[in-house]
Design a protein around this ligand. Structure first.
Ligand SMILES: Cc1cc2nc3c(=O)[nH]c(=O)nc-3n(C[C@H](O)[C@H](O)[C@H](O)COP(=O)(O)OP(=O)(O)OC[C@H]3O[C@@H](n4cnc5c(N)ncnc54)[C@H](O)[C@@H]3O)c2cc1C
Length: 757
């Protein structure tokens, strides 16, 4: 698969540059090995898995020798020798010999009825054996072993899986996901024997069972060894090329011999041998560029990811899956729905993900893993699962649909438009999307359906953020995460803003995102010619004679022209000269909020009717916790009693005191509509925690200037509840809030930038 992909890339770059000859040990032109699992499971036929027919080779002027093995590379004379005694000179030689199943070196392993699972012939043999036999044993519960086991079961066999570890697919899954998968497969009828070591295979000529180290045995007429693969390096070894586990290559996929290259499962790059097609295709691309003389960064390694191809079971993982000293993790578990999701983080970056039961977000996670974006965006993705019905509308054109072949949504759209494609097969033929593991086939189908629906809008429809730039809002966030910018001016300068100083829309947005990404970033003070507004903080809406007298003196001393009472029961001093601001703040002796262009939570409205001291105290407490934080948009919070005043129900966030505790509402709009009842809490403490968690989740996931009700409509109240009701996630949000606050509180009072971490 890797070798021919590399040839395809070479043909794309320069059709005339090489006369190409290909040798393959197997008697077929290249085929999609990945789909052998689907063939066994009855979902695909062997006729459908050829990747390039013999006609394709002929049409591209390639000489193909099938069933012919290269046995020696004479690197001194630059020629190869095959098992049919053919000798051929070369200028460049590519080794893409793949791997072979590891057949355990145990007595009986050579008996009839013992197979690996790698080739069309293996697959045909398993299908034919299944017709006449009943009991099968699969040794190894990795990805391949499980797919083979389900395939044999599909063919009517009674299948046992023997595995040396305590958990199945332990390389790709943690214990929880592994147990969930085992339970699902047991429900499908597989039997597992874990922590068992196979020591021999019994039978005369034909295998009839296996012996286990603990003295037990199992009956089986068909045995599949799925205990890993070994890179095919013999050719390299016999030709004097440096090897380790695989054939050692540099970033250009060059071996120790200058004109000999290696790609695919036989190659070892930086100590890693990859066993999935996506990295191998990347290697092919790099090598093609290198030997065609196209400038290229070189192969930089790949993040491993894996999906199990078993109908009805959705499991996907990428990167690290086991915790260690350097990682932190977040997980969600919904037992009823059979969903488990875990993300591992390392130094504020995503290090790995496991998705079980719902793998719809895999593309975005993989994207975060590959681009190593900042944790806040990663969290956003973890917490806000994509809504399937609207996903294509909001999905950027650059998002990858087919991970194996790196085909983006934009590439599919373009192919559909320019070549008038209507079916998945046509898209596959044209773009290769869904042409490898087939995991994205449903997504391609959905995209085609969406494109033919009335809802579809032309590609490149994502508007730029404002007239000052061609970047979209998401592009800007991604750039801010990538580079350590310190000021909006620097952002505008380096990202090629069309205007010198930005505009009213982009400048505050950049400031906001800089502060969200780097809580140490301080917003600039207002320009000298502006007048300022100051709202003295009165926690819980309470004040006293001394404070009021002092404020009155200040109003007179500094000739403050405009004093009013705000909606949330505070005094607002407007028209202050910027030069007076520091002195006034000093004279006030209580905190005060001044920057109108920076959205912070300034005050919480507390009900003043009746004897509601406790409500005011609670409001004061929440204010003290949240008052310096930047918010995506202005936010109103209110606490009220149930008796005379239910104002809290029409705020962005509100809590109404009831005999049983507190009813928390979100997404209300003053004078227009009440918010939705979000939850009921029983104590003041749990109310504070819930409101703080809500606010932090809003801060982490809302766009700039997105009001709470708009945010709620976009991400969905169910999703917000799922996050806030999950204790681990709520604690995580509260910890993030604490960190953000501590970074802000540590700041010196001057304009500048302080990077988090
Ligand atoms: C059943 C199954 C399911 C899989 N599922 C997935 C999946 O879901 N996702 C995924 O990413 N990957 C999957 N894989 C793995 C994927 O198929 C391999 O990573 C990929 O095929 C490796 O490509 P390659 O070109 O390195 O090796 P191969 O595809 O094995 O090709 C190497 C070829 O070289 C030939 N050869 C070897 N030595 C010589 C020689 N000296 N002379 C001439 N020819 C030689 C071999 O016979 C073979 O035909 C699966 C594999 C199997 C078997």
């Amino acid at each position: 698969m890797a070798g021919i992909r590399c040839i395809e890339e070479i043909l794309k770059l320069n059709r005339q540059m090489f006369e190409i000859v290909i040798f393959g040990s197997e008697p077929h032109p290249n085929y999609n090995r990945i789909l052998l699992s689907s063939v066994l499971q009855g979902e695909t036929s062997l006729d459908d898995i050829t990747l390039n027919s013999k006609d394709w080779y002929a049409a591209n002027g390639i000489t193909l020798y099938t069933g012919e093995t290269v046995v020696h590379i004479d690197t001194d004379r630059q020629r190869v020798i095959t098992d049919r005694k053919r000798t051929l000179p070369y200028d460049k030689f590519i080794v893409a010999t793949g791997s072979s199943p590891h057949i355990l070196p145990i007595p009986g392993a050579d008996k009839e009825g013992v197979y690996g699972f790698r080739t069309i012939e293996d697959c045909q043999a398993l299908m034919s054996m299944a017709k006449h036999n009943q009991k099968a044993a699969v040794i190894g519960a990795g990805l391949l072993g499980l797919e083979a086991a389900v395939g044999l079961q599909h063919l009517g066999m009674d299948v046992s899986v023997i595995h040396h570890s305590a958990g199945i697919m332990q390389k790709q899954l943690d214990q929880t996901a592994s147990r969930l998968l085992q339970a699902d497969l047991e429900r499908k009828g597989l039997t597992f024997h874990l922590e068992k070591e196979t020591v021999s295979i019994s039978g005369t000529v034909q295998a009839d069972g296996i012996q286990i180290k603990d003295g037990t045995s199992l009956k089986a007429d068909l045995i599949v060894m799925a205990a890993g693969v070994r890179p095919n390096i013999e050719l390299a070894v016999s030709s004097g090329i440096a090897v380790n586990r695989g054939i050692i290559v540099n970033d250009c996929m060059q071996t120790s011999e200058p004109n000999v290259y290696a790609v695919g499962e036989c190659a070892e790059h930086n100590g890693t041998v990859y066993g999935l097609v996506s990295p191998l295709y990347e290697q092919g691309k790099v090598l093609a560029k290198h030997i065609c003389g196209v400038p290229c960064e070189g192969y930089q390694g790949s993040a491993p990811f894996a999906a199990l191809k078993i109908a009805g079971i959705d499991v996907w993982s990428a990167g690290k899956v086991h915790e260690d000293d350097r990682t932190t993790s977040i997980s969600i578990r919904d037992e009823q729905a059979g969903i488990y999701k875990k993300a591992l983080f390392e130094d504020d970056r995503l290090a790995g993900v496991i998705l079980y039961g719902d793998t719809r977000d895999k593309r975005r996670f993989l994207d975060s893993l590959l681009t190593q974006r900042d944790i806040s965006i990663v969290k956003k993705q973890l917490f806000a699962p994509e809504k399937t019905d609207t996903s294509f509308k909001s999905m950027p054109s650059s998002e990858t649909i087919c991970q194996c072949n790196s085909v983006t949504k934009g590439a599919i759209e373009e192919a559909v438009h320019t070549k008038d494609l209507t079916t998945v097969e046509e898209v596959k033929h044209c773009t290769k999307a869904s042409g490898s593991c087939g995991g994205c086939k449903p997504l391609v189908e959905d995209l085609l359906r969406y494109m033919s629906s009335g809802e579809y809008t032309e590609p490149a429809g994502t508007p730029s953020f404002c007239g000052c730039t061609d970047f979209t809002e998401d592009d800007i966030i991604a750039e801010l995460q990538r580079k350590p910018f310190t000021t909006p001016a620097e952002v505008m300068n380096q990202l090629g803003w069309k205007t010198k100083n930005g505009c009213r829309k982009c400048v505050p947005a950049i400031q906001y995102y800089l502060e969200m990404l780097y809580p140490g970033f301080i917003q600039p003070e207002p320009a000298a010619e502006d007048t300022c507004t100051l709202i003295p903080q009165m926690y819980g809406g309470r004040t006293n004679a001394e404070q009021l007298r002092n404020i009155a003196d200040i109003i007179e001393t500094y000739s403050i022209p405009d004093v009013s009472i705000t909606h949330s029961q505070r005094l607002k001093l407007s028209g202050i000269r910027p030069a007076d601001l520091p002195h006034i703040k000093n004279d006030l002796k209580i905190p005060a909020h001044s920057n109108e262009h920076r959205r912070t939570l300034q005050s919480i409205r507390a009900c003043t009717c009746g004897q509601n001291r406790s409500i005011q105290q609670l409001a004061a407490k929440i204010e003290r916790h949240l008052e310096t934080l930047s918010m995506p948009a202005c936010i109103s919070i209110s606490l009220s009693c149930e008796a005379d005043c239910t104002a809290a129900a029409i705020q962005d966030v509100g809590a109404i005191r009831t005999p049983a505790g507190w009813d928390i509402y979100i997404g209300g709009v003053r004078r227009t509509h009440a918010g939705a009842l979000f939850c009921v809490t029983d104590t003041a403490e749990s109310t504070v925690r819930m409101i703080k968690g809500l606010i932090q989740y809003y801060r982490e996931t809302a766009h700039y200037e997105e009001a709470v009700h708009q945010w709620m409509d976009r991400v969905g109240i169910v999703n917000i509840r799922e996050v806030l009701f999950e204790e681990d996630l709520r604690i995580h949000l509260l910890e993030n809030l604490k960190t953000d606050l501590s970074l802000i509180q540590k700041l010196p009072l001057k304009t500048g930038a302080h990077k988090k971490g």
